[in-house]
Design a protein around this ligand. Structure first.
Ligand code: URA
Length: 220
């Protein structure tokens, strides 16, 4: 078990993990607004279930809204549910999700101490890239998630999420690791874990970006 954990960290290019003392930095102030946030997000999940703003509801198995805690100070935003996520109704549970979990652990955090969601809440058929009109139809849900959770830092995963929040002309390879802003929240783009699975040498850049995220959290 421990061996596996260490191997996972090494696979992500991590040779040093900060002590568990770093975790509370990611949790919100004890209990503050917890019930209101949880209730608002539960209502949002019901709205997503009823949503007919684009045709993706017709082909989904489950809508995929979020994982983690509404108390999080760090929010990860991915692209859209894939096959595993559609089947389980939970974001980032497939191979890319397992790498994301390793990335979170490598930061010295726990997956259940952050908030994880996607730009799209329903899976596009065959995992095709989300269409601009699907992104716009789903944007109010993401904006509400950001406003309710009110994280200190958003980390966008990959080009689709980064363009959705920063505009269509940004390039993930150019701006990854830079500190930008969306809805008054500081945002750091990094590579998508699915890309990192295909291009392991890029993990060192993602690790640099995650260290930047951690630094921003520790500044607060
Ligand atoms: N890729 C994403 O962007 N989101 C998921 O939830 C899973 C894979």
């Amino acid at each position: 078990m421990v061996k596996q954990h260490v191997e996972g960290l090494l696979a992500f290019g991590v040779t040093h993990v900060p002590s568990a003392a770093a975790s509370p930095a990611v949790l919100g102030r004890a209990g503050q607004g917890r019930d209101a946030k949880t209730e608002r997000l539960a209502r949002l999940a019901e709205e997503v279930e009823r949503c007919r703003r684009c045709p993706l509801y017709r082909t989904r198995t489950h809508a995929v809204v979020s994982d983690g805690t509404p108390q999080a100070r760090l929010m990860f935003v991915g692209e859209a549910p894939g096959r595993d996520e559609d089947l389980q109704g939970k974001p980032f549970v497939g191979a890319a999700g397992q790498l994301l979990t390793k990335m979170i652990v490598a930061m010295g955090l726990r997956r259940d101490a952050v908030y994880i969601c996607n730009v799209l809440k329903d899976r596009p058929p065959n995992n095709r890239t989300p269409l601009p009109e699907e992104v716009e139809a789903c944007r109010p849900f993401l904006d509400t998630q950001i406003d309710v959770v009110a994280p200190q830092v958003i980390c966008t995963l990959g080009a689709v999420a980064t363009k959705a929040l920063l505009g269509p002309y940004v390039s993930i390879t150019k701006i990854r690791g830079e500190v930008r802003e969306y809805r008054g929240v500081r945002l750091v783009p990094t590579f998508h874990p699915a890309y990192l699975l295909r291009n392991p040498p890029a993990k060192k850049f993602a690790w640099a970006d995650l260290k930047k995220v951690k630094q921003l959290l520790e500044e607060q």
